[in-house]
Every structure is written in structure tokens, then in C-alpha cells.
Design a protein around this ligand. Structure first.
Ligand code: 5RP
Length: 230
């Protein structure tokens, strides 16, 4: 029997929105699960909830605007109370993440870093023993010299592939390119995140080590809230 992943994603999203309180500054993620968060949030706002939100992509900004969610920016608010976002892979003990299949990893990481709490919403298919089991690490790079940056990433052990969209290089909201970098399953996410970012030409990468406050996982047997084991 096939499992309805969207139903599970929506269940995780709905549970996460229960943590939102009036007066909060929120970070809004990008992707299909974050889209369900935005829909649920809009319903709560229609019922009287008062929040403002910083979106992590132009796509999320457009969706939030359309559904009546008031937006703000870092010009008005330096700190975010709570960010809610999806992920591509979640390492099940440390709750480190791979993000960026939607191409929004740079803004997503800026928002996560500025947030007091960062709640991740996934279905159980995203849980892995080691990051990189299924998903390459998206690395956002400057357009200029991207081939040289790709060669430097190869020297770190990656197999970089330039992301395409409709036969053309995919361009991020920041005007950069993405190299999807397959590595052997990651032993030390923090170290790998740092090493990739030390490469000249790299703007940011999709490893999020030590950032999740909690991960809400939806499966056929219900919702589980995972917190980091120290
Ligand atoms: C976008 C992301 C998304 O959160 C991630 O790709 C998960 O997406 P989805 O909820 O559609 O499975 O990192 O840059």
C-alpha cells in the first residue's frame, strides 16, 4: 500500500504550528512541508493569531502574502523567536540536517541561525543513520569560476553536479549557482560543513549541524517530537 507523504508532511506541519504564539516573529521555511506550515498558519491568523514572519525564499514570500501572512525583514527584526522548516535528511541522533533541495539553503541557514528555536518538520522517510545516505549536499557557489570551485570540492571528496532547471543552470534567489555534491555518508557533519564553507567560491552549504531544537516526525503510527540527545 502506498503511503501518502503529503498527508504525513501536513500532520507534522500542523503539530509545529501549535508552538506558535501571538506576538512572535517567525521564520518561514521553503518546500512542500513548509508550504503546509504556511497554510496552517494562515488559518490561525484568520482566527486571530498575531505574528509577523520572515520568509526564506521569494516563493515562500509570494505564498505567505497570498494567504494573508504579514511579512517583515531583518531590517525591522534582528532576531526570530521560532523558525519552522522542512529538511531533506535528518540524522536521527544528533538531528543534523541536509537542506536545500528547494534551492533556498542560504536564506534558510541565515534564518535558522537568527532563531531562538528552530523546529524541523519531516515525514519519517527523511530519517537516516548518517547524512548523505540518499541525498547529495547542495552547495551554493558564486557563478564566477564555479568550475574551479567544483574542482576544489572534488579535492574534498565530493562529486559535484551543477543543478539544472529546464535545461539551464538553476539560479538561486541570491543569484548564485548550486552544485549538488555527493559525498560518502558523513561521519562528522560539523567538520564537513566547516570544510566545505572554507572553499573559495562557496557561499554556503546545505549541512545544518547542531541547529535543530526539535524535529517533528510524522509516520503512519503518529507524530513523534525528537529533541537532540546530548
Ligand atoms: C528547501 C529545503 C526544503 O526544506 C527541503 O528540500 C524539504 O522539502 P520538502 O518539504 O518539499 O520535502 O531545504 O531549500
Amino acid at each position: 500500500m502506498s503511503i501518502d507523504r503529503d498527508r504525513l508532511k501536513r500532520a507534522a506541519a500542523d503539530r509545529a504550528v501549535e508552538f506558535v504564539e501571538s506576538g512572535m516573529v517567525l521564520g518561514l521555511g521553503t518546500g512542500s512541508t513548509a508550504g503546509f506550515v504556511i497554510e496552517r498558519l494562515a488559518a490561525r491568523i484568520a482566527g486571530g493569531l498575531r505574528i509577523v514572519a520572515i520568509p526564506t525564499s521569494e516563493h515562500t514570500a509570494e505564498l505567505a502574502c497570498r494567504l494573508g501572512i504579514p511579512l517583515t525583514s531583518f531590517a525591522e527584526h534582528r532576531h526570530i523567536d521560532l523558525a519552522i522548516d522542512g529538511a531533506d535528511e535528518v540524522e536521527r541522533t544528533r538531528l543534523d540536517l541536509i537542506k536545500g533541495r528547494g534551492g533556498a539553503l542560504l536564506r534558510e541557514k541565515i534564518v535558522a541561525a537568527a532563531s531562538r528555536r528552530f523546529i524541523v518538520v519531516v515525514d519519517d522517510e527523511k530519517l537516516v543513520d548518517r547524512l548523505g545516505e540518499h541525498t547529495p549536499i547542495p552547495v551554493e557557489v558564486a557563478r564566477f569560476g564555479w568550475q574551479a570551485t567544483a574542482a576544489a570540492l572534488e579535492r574534498l571528496g565530493a562529486e559535484p553536479v551543477l543543478r539544472q532547471s529546464d535545461g539551464l543552470p538553476f539560479v538561486t534567489d541570491g543569484g548564485n549557482l548550486i552544485l549538488d555534491c555527493r559525498f560518502a555518508p558523513i561521519e562528522d557533519a560539523q567538520q564537513t560543513e566547516r570544510l566545505i564553507n572554507m572553499t573559495v567560491g562557496v557561499v554556503e552549504n546545505g549541512l545544518f549541524a547542531g541547529r535543530s531544537s526539535a524535529v517533528i516526525v510524522a509516520s503512519e503510527s503518529g507524530i513523534r517530537i525528537m529533541t537532540r540527545q546530548s
